[in-house]
Design a protein around this ligand. Structure first.
Ligand code: SAH
Length: 429
């Protein structure tokens, strides 16, 4: 769940009238898609939207004027009738309007092409893709003005996930836009677990366009990876952790002694392990509970001539039975523990226990790299969790660095709902 950047330069221009054949054929106003309906906000509830927030919560809506079907595009007005923008509507959602644009423009095939080009311009400014890195996020939902859509590029392929019904109705247009702007050999659709049921649309994991392939090759910081969007988790890779993976490589390279023992828990494709191995770690152990992930880690190790011991195990069990003080760098990158607010207490306890176990296997002077991707747990709360874990483990820690998703995961300022990933680098005394 991520955010929207209001990019004035890209959105001031009005859409050119239906001129390309792409625009002609899709028209962008099919039943249940674009509409003349207006959503009017309550008095005093427009302020966050004027300041760049991309969502309207249900309790901010005063009334709906005209026929607004679930999933259609509506016009958003403040209580005095001032135009705020146009967005995707879903009366059944807690967030009935998600803004697509802040100018009065039609939503059509050309709109998606413009959005993709703007997203591409941002990545080009970050030197993505580069000779070293061909795996990156091209569309980060609200952060690229396309709420409900993420699009990751893996070499000559792209994989997208849709999380709202309204965006699902525009599949054909954005798949065409992807072909026009990026021309990938394969476009994958990956079902985003849970969202389809909640929002009420059909999602499947499939090849949406181009050549059918199980695996695609790409590079991250010069490391060779193979992605399987049809079989994997997320879109195929967890691209958000690239900066932290690279940082681990730098820390291992800088380690005073060459013999740096690294433990990578929740390793998935082995990205942290591969960085550590390349940087000269003496010993690298990658742990994941998924058999498929372990096979992938082994394949990646071979492709990069790296020595990695891949272990199929539950991370808690592994840590419980590991020798205390036996690692110099430990990475913890678990899946979301807190899915909803009601899980918060159990999740907090889970993170505390996991981090305490990780600290117990840290040698004095080791570095712990610990992550949480639960949006419900804020950055300060996560530091408190680490403090509680240190107390539990009877260890002292110093935070030396805070990381988050890489710059190819942009967000609108002030959109806290889009901030989910927190990574703490801690020195363990
Ligand atoms: N660190 C990875 C991303 C991790 S995603 C990277 O940089 O790419 C989370 C991973 O945790 C998944 O691969 C999943 O298979 C694994 N996982 C989930 N539950 C687990 C458990 N109980 N023990 C170990 N691994 C687990």
């Amino acid at each position: 769940m991520v955010g929207y950047v209001y990019n004035a330069s890209m959105s001031r221009k009005r859409a050119t009238p239906a001129s390309s054949s792409l625009t002609d054929s899709s028209a962008g106003s099919g039943p249940g898609r674009d509409s003349a309906a207006k959503v009017v906000l309550r008095q005093g509830r427009a302020r966050p939207l004027w300041f760049g927030h991309p969502w309207v919560y249900a309790n901010a809506v005063d009334r709906v004027e005209g026929a607004a079907e679930v999933g259609c595009v509506v016009t958003l007005l403040d209580h005095d009738g001032r135009f705020i923008g146009r967005g995707i509507y879903n009366s059944r959602s807690q967030i009935p309007v998600r803004l697509l644009t802040r100018i009065d423009e039609p939503i059509d095939a050309a709109f998606f092409v413009r959005r993709l080009r703007a997203a591409q311009a941002l990545r080009l400014a970050l030197a993505l893709p580069s000779a070293q890195t061909t795996a990156y996020r091209l569309v980060n939902s609200e952060g690229d003005g396309l709420p409900g859509l993420v699009l990751d590029v893996f070499g000559d392929a792209a994989a997208y996930q849709v999380s709202t019904l309204g965006m699902a109705l525009w599949r054909q247009e954005f798949v065409s836009a992807i072909a026009e702007v990026l021309a990938p050999a394969t476009v994958y659709e990956v079902a985003a677990g849970g969202f389809a049921e909640v929002e009420g649309f059909a999602a499947e994991t499939r090849v949406a366009a181009g050549e059918t392939r199980q695996r695609v090759a790409c590079l991250e910081d010069g490391i060779r990876l193979e992605v399987e969007p049809l079989q994997g988790q997320k879109t195929g890779l967890f691209l958000d952790q690239r900066p932290s993976r690279m940082r681990v490589g730098q820390l291992v390279a800088a380690a005073p002694k060459k013999f740096c023992r690294v433990l990578d828990c929740y390793a998935y494709a082995g990205g942290f392990s591969l960085q550590a191995a390349r940087a000269g770690a003496g010993e690298v152990t990658a742990v994941d509970s998924s058999a498929r992930a372990v096979v992938r880690i082994e394949a990646h190790a071979q492709a990069n001539t790296a020595h990695i011991r891949a272990v199929e195990a539950d991370a808690f069990r592994f840590l419980e039975t590991a020798t205390p003080h036996s690692y110099d760098l430990v990475v913890i990158d678990p899946p979301k523990f807190a899915r909803a607010r009601k899980d918060l207490e159990a999740a907090t306890k889970g993170y505390e226990r996991l981090n305490a176990l990780a600290l117990a296997v840290c040698a004095p002077g080791a570095i712990l790299v610990t992550s949480s991707c639960s949006q419900n747990i804020g950055p300060v709360e996560f530091e408190r969790i680490l403090a509680a874990a240190a107390r539990q483990a009877g260890r002292e820690v110093r935070i030396i660095e805070r990381q988050g998703p890489g710059p190819d995961h942009p967000l609108p300022p002030g959109f806290g709902e889009g901030q989910y990933l927190k990574v703490l680098f801690a020195y363990v005394v």
